[in-house]
Design a binder for this molecule. Structure first.
Ligand code: NAD
Ligand code: GLY
Length: 370
């Protein structure tokens, strides 16, 4: 069975789990769930888009291998990651009379993975759950590492847990229907891995960048596997983000503030993070870490991700203020992950205020590469 997939392992002090990656493998979820000793009952949680596209294939594969299945869907989009939806899901699970002999299966992007994982962490004090990510962002980032949670009206991901899945199942073929804008958003996180951890990986991305956008899906299994392997190493060293895991937050201090300042509607997560990585690359340069040449190289690949222009209404002072809501803030001080060279990140840096404010002012003048 395992010969049909590439398998890698996330090893943590108290548990370990496998990531299965392959092309057109959705109908193999049944046998894998059986091999992974998943309880006999599985409730799939999807958004209406991913339910329509993939729900039947997943549920019939599970049924063929003796699982009892049910499906619940929520509307697509970030607004589904809410406590109201958590409550609705608890109600549905209660109506289905599920017990601890039930696993949840997250079928969708990061919104569904984070929401389902949070429900799994809390309902009946914890149910096992499976991640079946269907966006590039979820396949390279959010489905691995156990960060689950929902938003509150005044901030993103403010309620959550570290709660690891039983396994992650990545069918790269699901990306065939993904809109280009979502693909580019996921690519931002792919590029991030090269910038913080692996210069050679970044070089490969630079060389084949145009074919990644088309996209030629055949190249993606290898790319996704490499990203998951990098994430597994980081999470293995620091599961609960006591320090080192903050390197995965490169671009996110400014990026989250941009996202919040634009009401989570104008830019996708990946687009906001692209601007965040541009700002934090400039900050790495102006605090004497990166050379001008290195910074130019990184900004050039980030511009090729082609995020839409920032709205004129966005205000640098507001972005600055919003950064103080970041989870990395300690003793009232902003802390960034900056780059000391291409492929090497330094977490926990508090930079001087001046260059930071200048860079936020300049962010509006960034024009994407055509
Ligand atoms: P998403 O889940 O909203 O998916 C984006 C859109 O793509 C949705 O409209 C969805 O219906 C659609 N879609 C999904 N798969 C599809 C497919 N195969 N074909 C066609 N359409 C498809 O967004 P996302 O970018 O996957 O995830 C963003 C979320 O992930 C944010 O809430 C962010 O906070 C979270 N996140 C979490 C972590 C983590 O470690 N837990 C890391 C990064 C991001
Ligand atoms: N996406 C950042 C992390 O998982 O830590």
């Amino acid at each position: 069975l395992t010969t049909s997939f590439d398998t890698s392992i996330v090893s943590l002090p108290h548990t370990s789990y496998r990531i299965f990656t392959g092309m057109d493998i959705l109908s193999m979820i049944g046998p894998v769930a059986q091999e992974e000793k998943i309880p006999h009952r599985v409730v799939t949680i999807a958004d209406t888009v991913t339910q329509e596209l993939f729900g039947n294939r997943v549920e019939s594969s599970l049924k063929n291998f003796g699982f009892m299945t049910d499906g619940i869907s929520v509307p697509p989009g970030e607004s589904s990651k809410s406590l109201e939806n958590v409550r609705k899901l608890y109600d549905r699970l209660y109506d289905l009379h599920i017990g601890r002999d039930t696993a949840l299966l997250a079928l969708g992007g990061g919104v569904i993975g984070d929401l389902t994982g949070f429900v799994a962490a809390t309902y009946l004090r914890g149910l096992p759950y499976i991640q079946v990510p269907t966006t590039l962002l979820a396949q390279v980032d959010s489905s691995v590492g156990g960060k689950v949670g929902v938003n509150l009206p005044y901030g993103k991901n403010l309620v959550g847990a570290f709660y690891q899945p039983t396994f992650v199942f990545i069918d790269v073929q699901t990306l065939a229907t993904l809109p280009e804008r979502e693909l580019r958003s996921g690519l931002a996180e792919v590029v991030k891995y090269g910038m913080i951890l692996d210069e050679r990986f970044l070089l490969q991305l630079e060389e084949k960048f145009d074919t990644l956008i088309v996209p030629e899906l055949d190249q993606y299994p290898e790319i996704i596997k490499q990203c998951c392997a990098m994430k597994a190493i980081v999470v293995g060293r620091d599961e609960k983000e006591e320090g080192y895991r903050e390197i995965l937050n490169f671009g996110h201090t400014v990026g989250h503030a941009v996202e919040a300042s634009t009401g989570y509607r104008v830019l996708t997560h990946g687009e906001a993070i692209t601007y965040g990585m541009i700002a934090e690359t400039l900050l790495s340069e102006r605090t004497g870490r990166l050379s001008g040449k290195e910074a130019d190289r990184l900004i050039s690949i980030l511009k090729r991700l082609n995020p839409p222009p920032l709205p004129d209404t966005l205000n640098a002072a507001e972005i600055y203020e919003r950064m103080f809501g970041d989870k990395k803030v300690r003793k009232g001080k902003l802390r960034f992950t900056l780059l000391t060279r291409v492929g090497v990140a330094e977490p926990g840096v508090t930079p001087p205020e001046e260059p930071l404010k200048e860079i936020l002012d300049e962010l509006y003048r960034i024009t994407p590469a055509v």
